[in-house]
Structure formats: structure tokens, C-alpha cells
Design a protein around this ligand. Structure first.
Ligand SMILES: [Ca+2]
Ligand SMILES: [Ca+2]
Ligand SMILES: [Ca+2]
Length: 237
């Protein structure tokens, strides 16, 4: 009995320890443009899906920009009342597929970036991957539908007690006749996962316990079985 109490106390202590919120930022492979303002999920909600705005390949002698913006969904992306956050957006391209980890949460990301091309056409950031709390393995990710120039830079992860809750983007302004790149870097805030206790107080939630209760995203081969291309089919009925 004495040992049980000691173990229980140790477990409670672990759960009570909260890491402070942290920012995770893409390594500046390119570093053009200004940082926009942070946009945040409503308190107590976290990113559970994403969408990329990409300019398709423009042909050999036309100025390409590739990835222009990243949108995060603070809840189920296929519910119309879910809050959406973006920070600064590049003006070119269009929004692609919606990728959902719901009911899991985003807890890290990685950018695909083309390094400086000198006098040739620069595109900077091309694509993004996200890590989700309910993927079968920690190294599994959901990859967006951006372009494929450049290479994947160092992945950025939240602490295990946190999920992504805010986004800030660095976007190069329109260069007119000069070489445009638009989105260059992304910064995200990782917030401690908080829940409301039965007595009404807000406490640190246990992400490990929660993970066990979530349905795991099924993988088709080595890739998650995304995207869900038909939006209307996934709207709540
Ligand atoms: Ca250039
Ligand atoms: Ca241009
Ligand atoms: Ca360009």
C-alpha cells in the first residue's frame, strides 16, 4: 500500500510538471521578407489540420514562388465553425487540399526549402509536413501538396505535453519585375495541452493517456491515406 501511494504520487508529479509554451521556427535556409503577426487558436483549442496555398509551376521563363501561405484549423477542419489561423499570406497561387489529423493534434512540422539560386529563379519554401499525435509512429507525418524544389530542412517539434496553437509566417513582399519568393519561413507556438478538471480548474492534460484513447490514423502503404479531396463529402451532415 505504501509503495502504491509513492507510485501514484510520482505519476501525479509528472503530470503536474508543465513545460512553458515554446516557439518552434524553421531553420532560415532563405530569409527574405518580414514576419507577420502571430495568429492564435482560441484558448483551449489546438491545430488539428492544415492547408497550403501554392502557386503551380509557371513554366521555364516565368517567375515561380511555390508555397505562399499555410493555414491551420483549430479543430475539425471539416466543420464550418472551426477557427482558422494564417498570419501573413503571399498573394500568388490557390489553396490546395485540406489535411486533417482530427481527432489528433499537430505537434511538429518540417519545411521543404529551395536554397538561394543566385541569378536564377528563387522559390524559397515549397512544401510542408506536419507531425500528428495520432500517427502510428513518431516519425510518421502528413505531407502537403506543395512543390518539390529544394530539400527538407530540419524538423521542428513541440514537447510531448504540447500541441501547436499559433502560427507566424515570414513572407517576402511583391518584388514586381524582380524575383519573387513569397513564403520563406514559418514559426509556430507550442502550447501546453490544458483541460478543465471536474472541479472547474484548468490543469495540464495527459497527452499520453489521450493518445491511447484516439483512433490511430490508418496508413495506406507508408503514407497516411490523405488527402480527402472532396470537401463536401466530409462536411458534417
Ligand atoms: Ca534569384
Ligand atoms: Ca516577380
Ligand atoms: Ca521566383
Amino acid at each position: 500500500m505504501k509503495m502504491f501511494s509513492a507510485t501514484s504520487f510520482a505519476l501525479l508529479s509528472l503530470i503536474a510538471v508543465t513545460a512553458a509554451n515554446i516557439n518552434i521556427t524553421s531553420p532560415p535556409v532563405t530569409n527574405w521578407g518580414l514576419w507577420g503577426t502571430f495568429q492564435r487558436c482560441p484558448f483551449g483549442s489546438y491545430a488539428q489540420g492544415f492547408q497550403l496555398k501554392t502557386e503551380p509551376y509557371q513554366g521555364l521563363f516565368t517567375d515561380d514562388t511555390a508555397l505562399n501561405s499555410v493555414k491551420l484549423f483549430c479543430g475539425d477542419p471539416f466543420r464550418p465553425d472551426t477557427a482558422v489561423i494564417t498570419s501573413t499570406e503571399g498573394q500568388f497561387g490557390s489553396w490546395g487540399n485540406i489535411y486533417s489529423c482530427f481527432p489528433g493534434y499537430l505537434n511538429g512540422f518540417q519545411l521543404r526549402v529551395e536554397e538561394y539560386q543566385g541569378n536564377s529563379d528563387d522559390t524559397a519554401t515549397n512544401n510542408a509536413r506536419f507531425y500528428c499525435s495520432n500517427l502510428p509512429n513518431p516519425n510518421d507525418y502528413v505531407e502537403g501538396d506543395g512543390l518539390s524544389y529544394g530539400s527538407w530542412s530540419q524538423e521542428q517539434r513541440c514537447y510531448s505535453s504540447q500541441y501547436i496553437c499559433a502560427i507566424q509566417t515570414q513572407v517576402e513582399p511583391n518584388m514586381g519585375d524582380d524575383d519573387d519568393t513569397m513564403l520563406n519561413n514559418v514559426r509556430m507556438e507550442c502550447c501546453d495541452y490544458l483541460v478543465t478538471a471536474p472541479n472547474g480548474s484548468v490543469v495540464q492534460g495527459n497527452t499520453e493517456t489521450q493518445k491511447k484513447s484516439l483512433p490511430v490514423i490508418l496508413l495506406a502503404g507508408s503514407k497516411p491515406n490523405f488527402p480527402q479531396t472532396d470537401e463536401t463529402e466530409n462536411m458534417p451532415r
